[in-house]
Design a protein around this ligand. Sequence first.
Ligand SMILES: *Cc1c(COP(=O)(O)O)cnc(C)c1O
Length: 380
Amino acid sequence: MRFNTRLIHAAQPVDPSTGAVNAPIYLSSTFRQRAPNRNQGWVYGRSGNPTRAVLEGALASLEGGRTGLAFASGLGALATLLEEFPSASRIVSIDDLYGGTRRLFEHHRAQFGVRIDYVDMRDLAAVRSALEAPADLVYIETPTNPLLKIVDLRAVVRLGHRAGARVAVDNTFATPALQRPIEFGADIVLHSTTKYLGGHSDIIGGALVLAARKDGERFAWLQNAVGAVPSPFDCFLVLRGLHTLGIRMRAHGESARAVAEVLDGHPKVARVHFPGLASHPQHALAHRQMAGYGGMVSVELAGGRRAALKFLGRLKVFTLAESLGGVESLVDHPASMTHASIPRAAREAIGISDGLVRLSCGIEDPADLAEDVRVALSGA
Ligand SMILES: *Cc1c(COP(=O)(O)O)cnc(C)c1O
């Protein structure tokens, strides 16, 4: 089956007991045992739940992995992943990261002595040099949050494996509709399902997808041992989101392009970051490894912080809020909101200035979004 059919049918059989076409929500924390350890495959809701299992099977299929695991949040998934990398492990991570990911990495450095090196992974020579020493985990985001840098997945996966590391990719921005890291050799895919997979800004959730059976077993054990699992109701909502992921990502992409074209070359704009623009330095790479450019655009206003705040204040369709990937358009000021936990010097070193604004382009009419941005810019 092709991808858009798999979104709706992969690992999502009609419920055998009733014929329900949607996975029923099994709100039961525990399951009867006929005799001690004689059960129907379900024991306790943290260890496994039938609604969650349908979601996990669907996620594994969509990412092309062996095992899918659902979590209570993206950071819950990351915290569980990091359980596998104890003190003295070495992580080589991309430098432009979701703020909360970096905060948790730094916590593991301070608390457990995990070694972490941040590298601009657009520069393969820098990646090669960082991976001359052995590493345990290579951690990639592409496109990155908020600067929409693109990492050459095939090249970095190869370098990571040569250094003895497992390679994890946060695929939250692209989603499997646009990019499937396991097809490029990645071992682990991480998601904040809060974003595009859920797609409606109504749940917090996360996921890991593991390519190898052994990793699947290990992380399923950790999922149960750590316990950061989602509710069956939230699993149902992510499944419902998956059904429309294909058409939503197409619509998000059209919106982002309309917005990026207003920003590109505008006199009040210093720089636009959108991998779909021919002027994006890695447009060709994005074209090669993705099936679309996604719904995120970030823009650096020429007037710095003052202009950014004015612009934010004048937008009418875009709502000022953290998060992204929902049907409604959202706007964020990374330096004071999503990325405020990164010290200013580190923030500026990677290019997150006070004039930077991140736009999550929703699936409203692209003409309304373009108009909103045009009008807000005129007063910025
Ligand atoms: C939001 C986000 C996360 C964290 O996920 P939560 O569901 O908020 O815990 C991780 N990575 C990226 C790229 C994100 O956008």
